[in-house]
Design a protein around this ligand. Structure first.
Ligand code: BDR
Ligand code: CA
Length: 303
């Protein structure tokens, strides 16, 4: 599978990228970066650092620094850490970003791999919406867009209504759901079922001391956030679950409906049904034990 990950690394993004590097089924054509868990320059620096740590080599194209129409953006560093990768403060700059901006990179790669490219978007959807605006053929050229985001008929995680990725650029997300892209939405309905525990990360550290040990270290901070809000001793495997859906949709249960994203007011970022929109496949559940075990098996390959 030819894959680009659009990402804001991010603790759970780091796990998703590690799995993508490890799985032989995936040919990783690039990472495009986006503001979200950090500012976008930090996202790009983290993406290049992670590729180096995972002994992978692919382009990193930097994307949007701000949500559509916004003049500022302020990441919440209590969730993923001050630099996005847990308590780490000393993340080196390794290599460089491509000269091409993320939206141009996405448009070009989609043209060059028309009908073959899957995009897994695990941050706010600004880059995807920018690519759609730039090239009328983009929606058709992309084989599938798998989104980590949204919550259908259930509460959000950043507000009572909204999931974080779609909340951070609701207008861009709504533009994506209006497009003719072939979209799979892996929202909280599925990702809250895949719970990673500290013991799972200890297993990863044992089977792959360098990569698994790093993932264990950065998840420690993420677990601390979830403990601090009294949710659980562990964390939902949001981004990696979406990555697994690119390859193994048969492990998920889906419904289909058009989707609208509320773009203002208290409910901004909420995903609601809209039958006038093109149908989207929305995951309602996943074989959670399988997902956790598949993630662990993949990381074990990066020893
Ligand atoms: C999403 O928001 C980010 O904090 C995570 O990396 C994930 O992509 C979960 O709502
Ligand atoms: Ca993310």
């Amino acid at each position: 599978m030819k894959l680009i990950i659009d990402t804001d690394p991010g603790v759970d993004d780091a796990l998703a990228i590690a799995i993508a590097v490890a799985l032989p089924e995936i040919s990783l054509l690039g990472l495009t970066t986006i503001f979200g868990n950090t500012f976008v320059p930090q996202s790009s620096r983290n993406a290049r650092f992670l590729l180096d740590l995972f002994a992978a080599d692919c382009p990193v194209a930097e994307g949007a620094a701000l949500p559509w129409g916004a003049e500022t953006y302020d990441p919440a560093d209590n969730v993923h850490g001050p630099e996005g990768l847990g308590a780490r403060a000393d993340i080196p700059q390794i290599g460089q970003n491509t000269d091409e901006a993320a939206a141009d990179f996405l448009v070009r790669l989609a043209q060059e791999n028309a009908g073959e490219l899957t995009i897994c978007a695990i941050g706010p959807l600004t880059n995807i919406a920018d690519a759609l605006a730039r090239d009328p053929g983009f929606a058709r050229n992309v084989k599938e867009l798998v989104i980590m985001g949204g919550a259908l008929d259930q509460p959000g995680n950043i507000t009572p209504f909204a999931e974080a990725n779609l909340f951070h650029d609701a207008a861009a997300a709504d533009a994506v759901f209006q497009s003719e892209m072939n979209i799979v939405m892996i929202g909280l309905n599925a990702t809250l079922q895949t719970l990673l525990t500290p013991a799972d990360l200890t297993d990863m550290a044992r089977t792959a001391p360098k990569v698994g040990g790093f993932l264990e270290e950065i998840h420690d901070f993420y677990f601390g956030f979830y403990r601090s809000v009294g949710i659980m001793d562990g964390c939902p495997m949001h981004d990696a679950t979406s990555l697994l859906a690119c390859l193994w949709p048969e492990r998920f249960k889906f419904t289909e409906t058009g989707v609208r994203v509320i773009v203002d007011g208290d409910e901004i970022g909420q995903t609601i049904r809209d039958e006038s929109r093109p149908n989207v496949r929305i995951a309602l559940g996943v074989e959670a034990d399988w997902a956790i075990q598949t993630a662990k098996n993949a990381v074990a390959q990066l020893h």
